[in-house]
Design a protein around this ligand. Structure first.
Ligand SMILES: C[S@@+](CC[C@H](N)C(=O)[O-])C[C@H]1O[C@@H](n2cnc3c(N)ncnc32)[C@H](O)[C@@H]1O
Length: 362
């Protein structure tokens, strides 16, 4: 039953179409990546390729279909077109060409997670339980996912090492623990500039070989131990780490496990140590009704959709900065710094509060 209309009538259903078309836009990006379309345009350089040339370059027999796909990508701001040829925009050149240092070419297709999770989202929302098949798909996909995120995470970790050094939190021979180390990108980047640094990486048995390859390629085997298991259970010495990394793990955990994980990370720290949390936090819940709440949520669409991606395939549904502050407080620590080593990547430094500190929480 619909109630009486409120406010002025809308100009049209544009916002609804924008959402519906999101799937088609993702399909276009995904197909272009699978066809190697951005790589072909990168190889061709300026002034780009005409539809027939682009079709030949991606081994497609239907130049008309390639032309339509290219036109869609122009409309999405990923290609430019002058009526004769299409070429890469700076965004595509930087992020969608496979051998670019900041490439998201592999991640772009994997980022939404298992498709079954989206198809069954209504049931998941209704029951609060992610289907077993979706969980299994996610677990099987983690090795590819962590490989795909490695270029970005290396850049983030390098920025974090520099930030820690600037805050005198990066000793000459730091001892690092990375809980949920994934590809090993953080381990490789953090140890790169400190020949005396050592590290322990923890991840699930199916993913650990990816980290093992990264560590071996970087020549870090003698300095890195990799342990398979649940990061809440694996045996690790308390009070012996200078830096504990929790990168992109908390949002996939239910709140109580995420809280325990942060407390565990704090427990692993030696005096003067720091926990580094990388995540895409959801907006904090409004303390009071806030007329600008809609604007806040609209500004956090990326973080909210990533949190929903978690809800569709994991037991987690994102974290907020308020969560981090509260859990840090439970562990006698506080959130001291928020970094953004690369755009859209938030990193939080959490440090134990010295017993004498009277400073109020920031
Ligand atoms: C999104 S990835 C992040 C990987 C890495 N920290 C990074 O930022 O590149 C999440 C990682 O957590 C790992 N993970 C999930 N549950 C885990 C658990 N219970 N114990 C250990 N690792 C776990 C996954 O296998 C995956 O490698």
């Amino acid at each position: 039953m619909s109630g009486p209309p409120t406010g002025a009538p809308p100009a049209g259903p544009g916002p609804v179409w924008d959402v519906v078309n999101g799937l088609a836009a993702f399909g276009a990006l995904s197909a272009a990546l699978e066809l190697g379309l951005f790589d072909a345009l990168a190889a061709a350089g300026q002034p780009g390729l005409a539809p027939e040339e682009l079709a030949a370059a991606v081994s497609a027999s239907d130049a008309g279909a390639v032309e339509l796909l290219a036109e869609v990508l122009v409309s999405l701001g990923l290609l430019t077109g002058d009526g004769r040829a299409v070429a890469l925009t700076p965004v595509a050149e930087h992020f969608l060409v496979s051998d670019s240092p900041a490439s998201m070419a592999a991640l772009g297709r994997l980022s939404p997670g298992p498709w079954s999770g989206w198809q069954q989202l209504a049931a998941t929302v209704r029951t609060g339980a992610v289907p077993a098949g979706t969980r299994a798909e996610l677990a099987a996909g983690y090795p590819d996912l962590v490989r795909a995120t490695a270029p970005t995470q290396r850049a983030v970790a390098a920025g974090v090492a520099a930030a820690l050094a600037g805050r005198e939190l990066w000793p000459a021979a730091p001892r690092v623990v990375d809980l949920g180390c994934g590809s090993g990108a953080w381990l490789a980047a953090l140890l790169a500039d400190r020949p005396g640094a050592t590290a322990v990486g923890v991840d699930l048995p199916g993913v650990l070989p990816v980290a093992r390859d990264t560590v071996a390629e970087a020549g870090l085997d003698p300095r890195v131990s990799l342990l398979a298991g649940d990061y809440l259970e694996v045996d690790l010495p308390a009070g012996a780490a200078d830096v504990v990394v929790l990168a992109h793990v908390l949002r996939a955990e239910p709140a109580e496990r995420a809280r325990r994980l942060l407390l565990r990370a704090l427990d692993l720290l030696a005096p003067g140590g720091v926990v580094v949390v990388a995540d895409y936090p959801r907006p904090d819940p409004a303390a009071a009704p806030d007329p600008d709440r809609s604007a806040v949520l609209a500004g956090a669409r990326h973080e909210l959709l990533l949190s929903l991606t978690m809800a569709a395939a994991t037991d987690g549904s994102g974290v907020t900065v308020a969560d981090l502050r509260a859990w840090a407080g439970d562990g006698g620590a506080r959130l001291t710094d928020v970094l953004q080593p690369v755009p859209r990547q938030s990193v939080f430094l959490i440090r134990p509060v010295p017993p004498t500190a009277t400073e109020t929480q920031r």
